[in-house]
Design a protein around this ligand. Sequence first.
Ligand SMILES: *Cc1c(COP(=O)(O)O)cnc(C)c1O
Length: 646
Amino acid sequence: MTLFSNTNDNWTVQDSSALYGLDKWGEHYFSINNKGNINVTPKGKSSGSLDLMNLVEEIEGRNLSLPLLIRFDEILEDRLDRLHKAFEEAITKYKYKGFYQGVFPVKCNHQRYVLEEVVNYGKKWNFGLEAGSKAELIIALSLIQNPKALLICNGYKDQRYIETAILARQLGRKPIVVIEQADEIDRIILASKELGAPPLIGIRAKLSSQSSGRWGASIGTNAKFGLSIPEILETVEKLSNSELINELCLLHFHVGSQINNIAIHKDALQEAGHIYTELCRLGAPMGYLDVGGGLGVDYDGSRTPTAASTNYSLQNYANDIVATIQECCASSNTKLPTLVSESGRAIVSHSSVLIFNILGSSFVSTDTKSADKGESLTIKNLRETLASIKQIQDENNIDIPRLQEAWTDAIKFKDDALVAFRLGYLSLTERAIAEKLTWACAQALLDQLPEEISLPTELEQLSSIMSGTYYANLSVFRSAPDTWAIKQLFPIMPIHRLQEKPNKLGHLADLTCDSDGKIDQFINNGQVKNLLELHDIKANETYLIGMFLGGAYQEVMGNLHNLFGSTNTVHVRLNNKNRYQLNHVIRGDTKSDVIKAMEHQPNELLERLRIATEEAIQLGNLKIKDAQLLMDHLETSLNQSTYLRR
Ligand SMILES: *Cc1c(COP(=O)(O)O)cnc(C)c1O
């Protein structure tokens, strides 16, 4: 990767689209308009679109400061439409005599307005929810009122959890208690006896198929969840003995999240398909096969079996599920099950965009004053090297070996300068001049290196040497925890100035006082790059960056490191063409909120400070007016966002 020279010739928004991979991962949701801003088109061309930059400015105009999480409810709807359409097409294509009926795993995004949107929009398909804990179960039970929608009960289950599910069944809901641990069966039997009513029962199978990727350990014999084949057989026997076998209606498996390779889905489906037919043969009524989550998101758009991508489409996934299960059941004459999936990531990722501003940037300094008399030899050498590089440029023929020689010379002279400094022969000022001259050499070289050809390593590294740090008004730990915790890649790019060639390379540093609080891994078409192409920051304009496809898992995993709280969040819906409304505004945490979360009392803190100001006034160290100013600042600040103001 080379740093671009300063020319802007012929740069178009298409070039930006290709550079940031937007033409691949943006699907039809995100594109660049001719002003060079990102355009959002939630439901395809017919439904209108809006300029993201405009939107952000207008949201800020409502006194909602950055960083800002924007949720596009219609993108969420479009994801649900597409999921169902894919299964409908597959069912038609393979003439599958059965249905698809999905659920959304609550753990993927618990936020109220997200779940309400999923449940309301999903009604037409009897779309349900999946819960993995008792708290999630309470949310799921109260949100789903449709008696046909499934409520898959996963996770560790104590007696109360199971009893809640049994009673909810009598409420007219459809909770299915999925046995994940071998001993849960005993609690189910006990609870059924005590309440005189059984729950609907499912079994989670521990598959032996090999998975891969980050969540590969979700299956296989050492997986945390699911029953092994001997355990499944014992469970079926216990269900028969306690006359609960007629409630066994579902087989579940989950191969892990973000499955990159379709081959893993296929293997798991075949294995699960045959377990399903065996369970029918053993006398269970069955009826549902739940293929879990794992439908991947193509974060970099490369369509490869790499961590940030997948080598299959949604249609490909639906086709394989329908065809494989059809085949497994046909060979044993088993009645086809209703197919259930628990896709989380694939449903919510696209709908959220995180926008943050850049507070400033830092680059090495290349400003070189003219020579002082009596400069030391190393500095003279560096000046000569710089002059020689500029001369090569003036001659206007690219001479790679000469450029390489000049750079290795410059490095040598810089090292000489360091040694001289250490030994006391060079002053601090001279050392600074030596460093600036070295960086000036690097910049002068970069300005004339061609972009397209492969370069010697020393010259190749110049662009990263000259790269900068962009300070982002953001906490990685709060808003993009997976970039830190598991090195997940999200598409990240400026949301404006895209008609302009980005002429800098940089990484992002966040607001926390933690050296891990940075983003230095970016999507790169199936690979990873450590630096992102960015623009020079202008003095009179805020530079805005978007992090895309982050709608899954980030909010709940985010933490309060350095007490940066939640960001402002808005739900946007386009009404008629290109107009929009903010359906919900969720104000981010104030400083008071995050301070309280750590058991401090903001009022007590203020009172302590007020007493301190009184003492300082008594001692004559502080004027009453200034004491009041300080108290006003503190009080106002407590009620404001934890982030920096633009
Ligand atoms: C996490 C989880 C899911 C969701 O997985 P995605 O990869 O986000 O689709 C589904 N089912 C179970 C049991 C899970 O634990």
